[in-house]
Structures are given as C-alpha cells and as structure tokens.
Design a protein around this ligand. Structure first.
Ligand code: NDP
Ligand code: ZN
Length: 348
C-alpha cells in the first residue's frame, strides 16, 4: 500500500528478529476483504509504504534467542491477529485488544504485513502453530482469518445444540460462520446472501435455507419462515450499520447476536427500540475481532487435518508467484461472481 487508493511494490530491509520473535517467509498468501477496505476505503486510516496482508502460511527462517518451540525450516500457520500474550488485556481474556482497541491486529495495520518475502511475527511461541503436513498451503491460508473469524461469530452468538441460527452474509467469513454454527450443533441454519457460488458452498457447510437481502427485509423473510417467532441466534458477517436492525428484529427474546462484520461507514449502529424489548428483551449484541493465538490455531488446524472441516470450498482462485499478488488483490476488489478467496502460492 503506497497510500490510500494506491498499491505497488516497495523495497524494504528484512525485519529484525527480537528475542521472542520469528522471521518467516510466506509459502502462500490469501487476499482478504479487509485488504480491500484498508487500501481503497482507508479503513485503518492513511498509511504510506505499508506492506499489506495478514493471511498466509509460512516457513520460519529465523527465531529469537528465547523462542522455545519453533526453529528455522518449520512450516507454520500464521494467525491474522498476533496479540502480545503478556499484556493485561490478554490476561483479562481479550487478547485481540492487547495494547489497545483492536491492537492485536498488527499485520498491515500497526506494522508491515505478510505480502512480503520476509515478515516479522511477535511472540512466536504464543502466536504460531505448526502446519499439519496433510493441509495444502492454499487451504492453510484459510486458517489465518476466515476460519477463526467465522467461528468467532458462532462463539459470540453462543450457538448451542438445536439452535435455529440466522447467518447474515455468506462471503468466506460467513461461510465459516455457517460451518462453525453447524459444528456447534445448530438444528437449522438460514443464510443471507445472493452469489450462487457462495450459496453452493454454504449448502456444503450446513446452510439449510437462503434469503436474499435484495428481496425485501431480512426480518420479514425470517418471520415468515419461523411462524413469526424469529431465530435463537444471529451471526452477522456482512451488511452495514443498518443490519443490526434486521438482526434484532429477527431474533427471539433472550437471543444473542454475534457480529464479526467490519462497519466501514455511518456514525451509529441502529437498534430498534420496540423489537429490543423496549430495552428489556434480553437480546445480547456482541461484536468482536477474532482472538488469535497458537492454541486456537492448533485446534482449528486439527479440525482441518482430521477432515472434519473442509476449507477447500473457500479457495476459488489459485495463482502462483509474486507477480500475481496484485492480480489477486485486484480480483478481490472487483469481486466477480465466481470469487470466494484468491490465493497466491510460492511453494507446495
Ligand atoms: P464478502 O464481501 O465476501 O461477503 C459479504 C456477504 O454479505 C455476502 O454474502 C453479501 O451478499 C452479504 N451482504 C452484502 N450486503 C448485505 C446487506 N446489505 N445485507 C445482508 N447481507 C449483505 O466479505 P467477507 O466474507 O470476506 O467478510 C465479511 C466481513 O467480515 C467484512 O466486513 C470483513 O471486513 C469482515 N472481517 C472481519 C474480521 C474480524 O476479525 N472481525 C476479519 C476478516 C473480515 P452477496 O452474496 O450478495 O455478495
Ligand atoms: Zn483477513
């Protein structure tokens, strides 16, 4: 990212490795909707000559003197969020906010990202995880952000066995929310989205019924499908500040909303007074950045390596070589109908 609205290549020194850190080189990278928000919508503010990217798997090339569990040559999963695990925020259970609001999100935000021949990982023992040998490099990239973020939506919504769940948005994040809700035991999943390729993938991940937000209000359609009762839980992985209105209206009293959506515009989130039980409906609204961390990476990695979660339906485009990184980024910006996630490989 040269500046807001402009991308190009920059030449930089290889980053220095502190005692707890690792220096890695990517085996493959994936482009995120957030990269597009960062460059073309100024989502994190102005940045000059910042290396983009926070989704990859990698090979370790150097570790600091205090790193215990990783060594050069190890192939690793790299989470998009890399908290400082000794921070007070992490000790309080909110690792993603270590050092300040959202400050666990360091790559391509507070420091250079991973679309680079070499990149820096803080707190290597706390943040990296070994890449299971039976996961391909392109599938491994889905574990950086799509799987943990989509699954965090299901956690924030507190999906329980037998719940009827509405998932708003079935881009790659929402698809993983569908998969997460399904694994947590949802009995019925209603998904909101229109792209046929995403609908096809959502069915594979466990969505039962579909709603188009272009065919009238989401809440009216949900009410018609649930005999006027609404759903137990809502996960938001798409839409805007107004989507909360639909989510609250579609939710039963006592239900939970888990939002992992990035709200890029508007000043306020809209909560409808009457459907929020005039303030007394016990409808909980939770919004969060995914927590990151090695334990989560290892657990989610083992879901993929065991075959219980097949992330390959997310990977719609695979390129090879650095020259194709701008091509893949432009593709994510253009979002053609057949796109879910573009990946660029540098190794097998
Ligand atoms: P996509 O743009 O690929 O998908 C968005 C989905 O929302 C699509 O299914 C789209 O439908 C649907 N949608 C669009 N507008 C509306 C609307 N008005 N009402 C309801 N649904 C709508 O995004 P991603 O899956 O890549 O990412 C989803 C969000 O998650 C983004 O905002 C992203 O920035 C955020 N994110 C958050 C992270 C976190 O840690 N919290 C990490 C990574 C991403 P259609 O099929 O018509 O396109
Ligand atoms: Zn991402």
């Amino acid at each position: 990212m040269i500046k807001i609205g402009e991308v190009g290549w920059v030449e930089k020194e290889v980053p220095a490795c502190g005692p707890l850190d690792a220096i890695c080189k990517p085996l493959a990278i994936a482009i995120c909707t957030s990269d597009v928000h960062t460059v073309w919508e100024g989502a994190v503010g102005e940045r000059h000559n910042m290396i983009l990217g926070h989704e990859c798997c990698a090979e370790v090339v150097e570790v600091g003197s205090l790193v215990k569990d990783f060594k050069p040559g190890d192939r690793v999963l790299v989470p998009a969020i890399t908290p400082d695990w000794n921070s007070l925020e992490a000790q309080a259970g909110y690792s993603m906010h270590s050092g300040g609001m959202l400050a666990g999100w360091k790559f391509s935000n507070f420091k250079d990202g991973v679309f680079s021949e070499y990149f820096h990982v803080n707190d290597a023992d706390g943040n990296l995880a070994l890449l299971p040998p039976n996961i391909s490099v392109e599938n491994a990239c889905m574990l950086s952000d799509m799987v943990p973020t989509g699954f965090h939506g299901a956690e924030l919504a507190d999906v329980q066995y037998g719940d009827e769940v509405l998932v708003i948005g079935i881009g790659p994040v929402g698809l993983m929310s569908v998969a997460g809700a399904s694994l947590r035991g949802a009995s019925r999943i209603i998904a909101v989205g229109t792209r046929p390729k995403c609908i096809e993938a959502a069915k594979k991940y466990g969505a039962d019924e579909f709603i188009s937000y272009k065919n009238g209000s989401i809440e009216d359609q949900v009410m018609a499908m649930t005999n006027g009762k609404g759903v137990d839980k809502v996960i938001i992985a798409g839409g805007d500040v107004n989507t909360f209105e639909s989510a609250v209206k579609a939710l039963k009293p006592g239900g939970n909303i888990g939002s992992v959506n990035y709200l890029g515009s508007g000043t306020y989130v809209n909560i409808p007074r009457v459907e929020w039980g005039v303030g007394m409906g016990h409808k909980t609204i939770n919004g969060g950045l995914m927590p990151g961390g090695r334990l989560r990476m290892e657990k989610l990695g083992s879901l993929v390596s065991s075959g219980k979660l097949d992330v390959s339906h997310l990977v719609s485009h695979v390129f090879e070589g650095w020259d194709n990184v701008p091509v893949a980024l432009q593709l994510m910006k253009d979002k053609p109908a057949d796109l879910i996630k573009p990946v660029v490989k540098f190794a097998d």
